[in-house]
Design a protein around this ligand. Structure first.
Ligand code: PRX
Length: 673
């Protein structure tokens, strides 16, 4: 089944990786474990991908993907100008690669296991069924006016229909934009309007952690403000009847009338596959554009090699499809490889803290890929919730989205993985399309250090920059993390605003892609991500610009000024701390704070609501009126004695004032706990 997707090219590459393998070791992870003993096959391949990207990626693409027409140029990239193009001239269809090729060989193999909210009620979907559903959905979209190049919003939790919706768009050449089904109506409307979507696909309701989520109501509210929306396709997750208005189309009913066959559109390699919105340090969320061939190849190859995916494995990535992790490692990567991919609808603590591991036992999951925030939460419940279940099927554990602290890494490795599984901390971004730095692939048995992404994937060339824009050489050094060579999975532009794309990623360090993260290069040349260098924070693995929270709060008439800062949080990794200034006639501050929390939830999402709000008389500003957030961060992280240069402050007295207000607030919170 995976023979075609593995491809001769990759087969050869892997063959060469294997040739240099040392004997298999029992434990392939753990601090101080086995150093690389094998000949430099990983290194040789890395060197080849760096030296001659076209020679490396060209044969891989040719042999690993199913093409309608071959490409004539492997890559045409110039990071100085932010120009990225791969496999030019090639024609293919992503849904054919993810479905038809497997249906031809093994129609009854399982594509998806939908792990529904209610434990023990999982649903298995074969490749044949998924292709049929995708085609019916594609035909429904066509009947409702969706054409090649049109944008379709998907506001659905993880489910086979959501996956089929993505693939149906791919089949007809439409561009999907999945919006995480926890976003508010206003956030959804913003994304629909930016992308000028014609259609939204949603469910009547969702179910998560035993609770009903009113998805259709959110969509109803959103589309009131979306003039481009012509239809809302409504599927049913629960029996509850929802109001159906003029725009609404009952999805399952329509699909039942459609042909289960749909001829795939032949797409150019560089045609858009999807848009995915993500936060930056300024402005509204940006719609990153991913294209067809390069993205698919990169997602599939990283899926195989980072997780050591093998045919017959059950791949369990518990991310939501609303994020890039869900796109690349729930849908496109695994399906292109003919894998069985788990769709996790629930939460890590429903009905109890054993949910993940009970699922691992029941579904015999081979790879488990999740976020550190859930690990930190679960380890507080104790080991018995893990040990209760058989985890012998697990081979690889993966972590993504935020730094994994030492305690969480050790727990995942020792308790969940019984010191037996390979644990990969994977660093990447919405922009990168797939994993860029991870401990695997590597030489067999090469050491894995806790809490470190470590090794660049083939074709990824990390470079650290100092503040003056000079490349920092050597080990035990840190700097701004840039990538110096284009790779097939990277985003091509920001939808509707290429200049913003250039400014955000290619202006700070000309000739390099700037990630926004800082990193440390350790002895051995390994990379450790030290966190964002801009005003982006990461709450429970969800990326958010502090400016977005400030903008949402600015809508409150009693709050003329705010400054939002990220600070370390035990479970969430980071949480938001909001400093606010109130107008003289603002009234009861507690009421205003309650309203502010509600405003942020309704304008963005619940997870964006600041954990702490502190009223101050004024904010620390420079003479030119810029808020010095750096100083606020020092105050709330206990580093007020080391404020650095404060000479640009308009009035240095503001610091003592805020510090004393903050200390009172901190003491009050401590007393209340
Ligand atoms: O700061 C890095 C952090 O998450 C950011 C990307 O967020 P997003 O585009 O939402 O994609 C998340 C899933 C790929 C990065 O700029 N990040 C991601 N993975 C790691 C990480 N930080 C530390 N370690 C990681 N493994």
């Amino acid at each position: 089944m995976a023979a075609r997707s593995l491809g001769r090219g990759l087969g050869r590459l892997l063959g060469r990786l294997r040739e240099g393998r040392a004997p298999r070791r029992a434990a392939s992870g753990g601090s101080g474990s086995v150093p690389a003993a094998a000949p430099a096959s990983y290194q040789a391949l890395s060197a080849q991908a760096a030296r001659d990207p076209a020679a490396f990626w060209g044969p891989l693409a040719r042999d690993s993907l199913v093409w309608d027409a071959p490409y004539h140029t492997v890559c045409d990239c110039d990071l100085r100008g932010g120009r990225v193009g791969w496999f030019l001239g090639g024609q293919l269809n992503v849904s054919v690669n993810c479905l038809d090729q497997h249906v031809q060989k093994s129609p009854e193999s399982i594509a998806l296991i939908w792990e529904r909210d209610e434990p023990g009620t999982e649903v298995r979907v074969t490749y044949r069924e998924l292709l049929e559903t995708t085609c019916r959905l594609a035909n429904t979209l066509k009947r409702h006016g969706v054409r090649r190049g049109d944008r379709v919003a998907i506001y659905m939790p993880v489910s086979p229909l959501a996956v089929a919706s993505m693939l149906a768009c791919a089949r007809i050449g439409a561009v999907h934009t999945v919006v995480f089904a926890g976003f508010s109506a206003e956030s959804l409307a913003g994304r629909i309007n930016d992308a000028k979507c014609k259609v939204v696909i949603t469910f009547n309701q969702g179910l998560r952690g035993g609770r009903v989520v009113e998805l259709k109501k959110v969509v109803d509210e959103a589309v009131k403000h979306c003039p481009t929306i012509q239809h809302v396709l409504v599927a049913h997750r629960t029996d509850s009847k929802v109001h159906m208005g003029d725009l609404d189309v009952p999805l399952e009913q329509e699909m039942a009338r459609e042909d289960p066959v749909c001829t795939p559109e032949s797409m150019g390699s560089e045609d858009m596959l999807f848009l995915l919105y993500t936060s930056g340090s300024t402005g509204t969320p940006k719609g990153l554009v991913h294209t067809q061939a390069g993205y698919l190849l990169y997602a599939a190859l990283t899926h195989r090699l980072v997780f050591d995916y093998r045919p017959g494995d059950i791949f369990g990535c518990v991310a939501d499809i609303g994020w890039i992790t869900g796109h690349s490692y729930v849908v496109y990567g695994p399906l292109c490889n003919g894998a069985t991919s788990v769709l996790f609808e629930s939460t890590p603590v429903y009905p109890d803290a054993g949910r993940y591991w009970e699922m691992v036992q029941r579904l015999r999951i081979s790879q488990f890929y999740g976020a550190p925030t859930a690990v930190r939460l679960l380890l507080k419940y104790g080991d018995s919730w893990v040990r209760k279940y058989d985890r012998s099927s697990l081979r690889t554990l993966g972590s993504v989205g935020e730094p994994i602290n030492h305690e969480a890494w050790e727990w995942l490795h020792k308790v969940v993985g019984e010191s037996r599984c390979t644990l990969v901390d994977t660093w990447w971004q919405t922009e990168t399309g797939g994993i860029c730095i991870a401990p695997r692939p590597s030489e067999e048995g090469a050491e894995i250090l806790p809490g470190m992404a470590m090794r660049p994937f083939f074709g990824i060339i990390p470079v650290l920059m100092d503040e003056e824009g000079n490349v920092v050489e050597g080990c035990d050094v840190s700097g701004a993390l840039c990538l110096s060579q284009a790779w097939p999975g990277m985003a091509r532009t920001i939808y509707g605003d290429h200049q913003r794309f250039l400014d955000a990623y290619f202006r700070a360090y000309p000739g390099y892609y700037f990630t926004g993260d800082g990193a440390l290069r350790t002895q051995g040349g390994y990379y450790q991500i030290t966190g964002r260098m801009d005003d982006v924070i990461n709450i429970s693995g969800h990326r958010l610009g502090t400016a977005e929270i400030e903008d949402a709060m600015a809508a409150h008439p009693a709050v003329p000024e705010t400054a939002v800062i990220g600070y370390p949080h035990d479970i969430k990794g980071e949480a938001a701390f909001a400093f606010i200034v109130l107008k003289d006639d603002a009234g009861d501050a507690d009421v205003v704070m309650r309203e502010l929390r509600a405003t942020v939830a309704s304008k963005i999402a619940k997870y964006a609501v600041p954990d702490q709000i502190l009223v101050v008389k004024r904010l620390p500003k420079t003479r030119s009126g810029k808020v010095m957030r750096r100083l606020l961060k020092k105050i709330i992280t206990g580093k007020a004695q080391d404020l650095g240069d404060t000479t640009t402050l308009e009035d240095p007295g503001v610091i003592t004032e805020i510090l004393s207000t903050y200390q009172k607030h901190r003491d009050k919170r401590a007393a209340a706990q």
